[in-house]
Design a protein around this ligand. Structure first.
Ligand code: KIV
Length: 275
């Protein structure tokens, strides 16, 4: 079975058919997405919320993500697994960036890493690539800058902001990234950046003109409470489905209708001899 490489992802630039990518956080989600030939899985720092129940992506650690990266890699035969560099794993220094990216590859088994931010992180992106590790960029709405941007807000609405995002995207490409996520920006800006760059753009809340799309597994399957971000379409409501099946199981145990004979073996122990 052929494993998807960064070169395969780069070939998707400018194709008439956009490509779908998805986040994955464990063995089962990876197996499910691999079964339908999704070419790239991101072990996103969104795991902070959907796996660990944190309020935002700021607190998640390298170790908390490495466990998930390992599980995703075990469940993946074909897709390229990209590990998301968490907050403060690369911002403070180039050394941190290379060492932590290396951990995702060496300990986690990922094929690439992603990091948020453009122009200010050119040295980090270059140094990680020089160490032999492919990098995917991420510009526009940057969830790790939650405090600086006073929450999650669409970016690039003004001319100044839009120009800054274009510069960031170009900086990411110049530094050698193989693809870039465009998050939370107006569709015309995403289209402009997509036309400008030679690397694939992967949009989330950035409209349909990107080369590909990415979505959070739990958002599109309705696994994560009632909240549904604007950029996500719910293709299922499996959270509710799971709760109803768990309630059925609980009731059957309480009513003694489970387990039935097909779910256990009857004792073959001979009766005890009378003394
Ligand atoms: O962490 C994440 O899930 C992400 C994307 C959705 C792009 O960064």
């Amino acid at each position: 079975m052929k494993k998807i490489t960064i070169r395969d992802i780069q070939k998707l630039k400018g194709c008439d058919t956009p490509f779908a990518t998805i986040t994955a956080y464990d063995y089962v989600s990876a197996q499910n997405a691999d079964a339908v030939d999704i070419p790239l899985f991101l072990v996103g720092d969104s795991a902070a919320m959907v796996v660990y129940g944190m309020e935002n992506t700021i607190p998640i650690s390298m170790d908390e993500l490495i466990f998930l990266v390992r599980a995703v890699c075990r469940g993946t035969k074909k897709a390229l697994v990209v590990a998301d560099m968490p907050f403060m794993s690369y911002q403070a220094s180039v050394e941190d960036a290379v060492r932590n990216a290396g951990r995702f590859i060496k300990e986690g088994g990922a094929g690439a890493v992603k990091l948020e931010g453009g122009t200010p992180y050119k040295s980090q992106i270059r140094a990680i690539i020089d160490a032999g590790i492919p990098v995917m960029g991420h510009v526009g709405l940057l969830p790790q800058s939650y405090n600086l941007s006073s929450g999650y807000r669409i970016q690039g609405k003004s001319k100044i902001e839009a120009n800054k995002i274009i510069e960031d995207a170009e900086a990411v490409q110049e530094s050698g990234a193989f693809a870039v996520v465009l998050e939370g920006i107006p569709e015309d800006l995403a289209e402009r950046i997509t036309k400008l760059l030679n690397i694939p753009t992967i949009g989330i809340g950035a409209g349909p003109k990107c080369d590909g799309q990415i979505q959070v597994y739990h958002d599109i399957l309705g696994l994560y409470g009632d909240f549904s971000p604007k950029h996500a379409k719910r293709y299922g409501n499996f959270g509710v489905e799971i709760q109803s099946k768990l309630a059925e199981y609980k009731n059957e145990v309480e009513e003694k209708t489970f387990p039935t004979k097909e779910h256990f073996i009857t004792s073959k122990t001979p009766p005890e001899k009378a003394q």
